[in-house]
Ligand binder design. Structure first.
Ligand code: UT7
Length: 327
């Protein structure tokens, strides 16, 4: 059977670490509160001159090296991001140019924290339909540029980073077994950036006066929906493949909040050792969180041939989704 499978992964984060202790000096918060409510201990912050494309290219080069292919062999590049370098052109085109991937079609997609899984789903569809053979799917963000560093409700959560995966056509039974992606636009105002699009341009007085350039979030509403939606997306992946949670070797959820991950894992009936967690190191890196985790799991030897791995995401939009892989 013609399938798509991940043949290489990569990830890159900025050098600068912002710890909970650093945040204690910036807003009224504490390491104890952040750790108990989120599980986050530190996050990475992009340096001046470091952009989404900069981090994405670093992760992409690692993924290409692991896959053992050249950039000119790529026919598709998809970047999930909500922090593109520019409104246009697509940051994916800048990445294409930097990599020398001259034979690829490149575009960005905006699905917030589900950006990587949306991209993986599109790459899988292109490959199984015969329209592409070698794709690069990237999630990359510099969320620190749209975080209000005076708002303790949000600034403790987010971090910068990038992860990438090379996805190739392959004849066999392993690889991407299924993807399921969903949107629920009824909640678009629950987590969004109000300014800097065309409704509230960056230059408008209203955007400046009302500080619309920053992320806005109703945290408890997001929390509630996240657990329910991630359980639904995970369930869809398992039932589409006639599997149950006991068939999983590893569950790699979006890294937003330790409590969301624990609650989802519990609802699925997973033991803690089957749940991959690295958000204590990076915070919520939105579209980058799953590919960074996948890369770390792969390089740490936690993914063996034949392992069944479930990826599961939730984010602004709302968007959510899952992908089931046989490694
Ligand atoms: O990828 C999706 C992106 N977003 C998310 O996943 C976010 C999902 N939501 C969450 O992670 C949680 O809702 C938060 C971590 C954002 C907040 O946790 P919570 O348990 O829902 O707390 P809360 O918003 O109900 O706030 C409880 C209290 C409030 O004080 P009062 O009103 O009870 O006096 C907040 O003002 O905690 C206060 N608080 C803080 N205290 C210390 C809020 N942020 C902080 C803080 N430090 N950083």
């Amino acid at each position: 059977m013609l399938r798509a499978r991940i043949t290489g992964t990569g990830s890159a984060v900025p050098e600068k670490v912002l710890s909970n202790a650093d945040l204690e000096r910036m807003v009224e918060t504490s390491d104890e509160w952040i750790t108990a409510r989120t599980g986050i201990k530190q996050r990475r912050i992009a340096a001046e001159g470091e952009f989404t494309s900069t981090l994405a290219v670093k992760a992409a080069r690692q993924a290409l090296a692991m896959a053992g292919i050249g950039a000119e062999e790529l026919d598709l590049i998809i970047l999930g991001t909500v922090t593109p370098d520019f409104p246009f052109p697509a940051t994916a085109c800048i990445i294409q140019h930097e990599l020398g991937a001259r034979n690829a079609v490149a575009f960005d997609l905006s699905a917030a924290c589900s950006g990587f899984l949306y991209g993986l789903s599109i790459a899988d569809t292109y490959i199984r339909g015969g329209s592409a053979k070698k794709a690069l799917v990237i999630g990359a963000e510099v969320l620190s540029r749209i975080v209000d560093w005076t708002d303790r409700n949000t600034c403790i959560l987010f971090g910068d980073g990038s992860g990438a995966a090379v996805v190739e056509a392959y004849e066999g039974d392993d690889g991407i077994l299924s993807t399921h992606i969903y949107s629920d636009g009824a909640y678009w105002e629950t987590l969004y950036q109000a300014g800097c699009g065309r409704r509230n341009p960056a230059s408008s007085q209203r955007t400046i006066d009302e500080r619309l350039f920053f992320i806005r979030m109703d945290g408890s509403d997001v929390f509630k929906h996240a657990v329910r939606a991630m359980e639904e997306a995970a369930g869809a992946a398992l039932s589409a493949n006639g599997m149950s949670a006991s068939d999983l070797s590893l569950f790699i959820p979006h890294q937003a909040n330790r409590r969301i991950i624990d609650a989802t894992g519990k609802r699925l009936g997973l033991t803690p050792e089957k749940v991959f967690i690295n958000l204590h190191n990076y915070g919520n890196t939105s579209s980058a969180s799953i590919p960074i985790a996948l890369d770390e799991a792969s390089r740490a030897g936690r993914l063996k041939k034949g392992d069944v791995v479930l990826l599961d995401s939730f984010g602004g939009g709302f968007t959510y989704g899952s992908a089931l892989l046989r490694w």
